[in-house]
Write a protein that binds this ligand. Structure first.
Ligand code: THU
Length: 143
């Protein structure tokens, strides 16, 4: 895919993320976030943040999109790109926990799109998550 086509696709993905943010459940922070993941087969799956009165139980938009993508498409999904948006016009890169969860399903050169200081930032996953945890747990032994 040409880079121009790819950028158009990513802008569309951002629009989907923004639409998803409309369904956000964020009565505690009022920070309404949406995420859209583009699967390698072209399908788009969205998610939103779902907060809880026990604050730590909150699920971010990116992780709800990933969970939904697996629920709807099965365990073999691969994510080519993810866009994050919010209704507050704020800078909003994925949080650390979401970066690690995205890594499970994305290659290192996958696109991550997010609002940053008033502009749309496009980064590779490995730029925002260097030295990711990726141990081969089947090969580790207890000593
Ligand atoms: N949030 C997300 O949905 N994604 C992120 O990557 C960062 C934070 C949500 C969690 C919480 O509902 C609100 O934003 C404020 O932290």
């Amino acid at each position: 895919m040409s880079d121009i086509l790819r950028m158009e696709r990513l802008e569309g993905l951002y629009a989907e993320a923004l639409k998803a943010a409309e369904n956000s459940y964020a009565p505690y922070s009022n920070f309404r976030v949406g995420a859209a993941v583009l699967l390698t087969d072209g399908r788009v799956v969205t998610g939103t943040n779902v907060e809880n009165v026990s604050y730590g139980l909150t699920v971010c938009a990116e992780r709800s999109a990933i969970a939904r993508a697996v629920i709807e498409n099965g365990p073999k999904i691969r994510v080519a790109a993810v866009a994050v948006a919010n209704l507050n016009g704020a800078t909003c890169p994925p949080c650390g926990m979401c970066r690690q969860v995205l890594k499970e399903f994305m290659d290192a050169d996958g696109d991550v799109l997010f609002p940053f200081e008033g502009v749309m930032k496009r980064a590779r996953l490995d730029e925002i998550l260097p030295f990711a945890f990726d141990a081969d747990l089947k090969k580790t032994v207890t000593k």
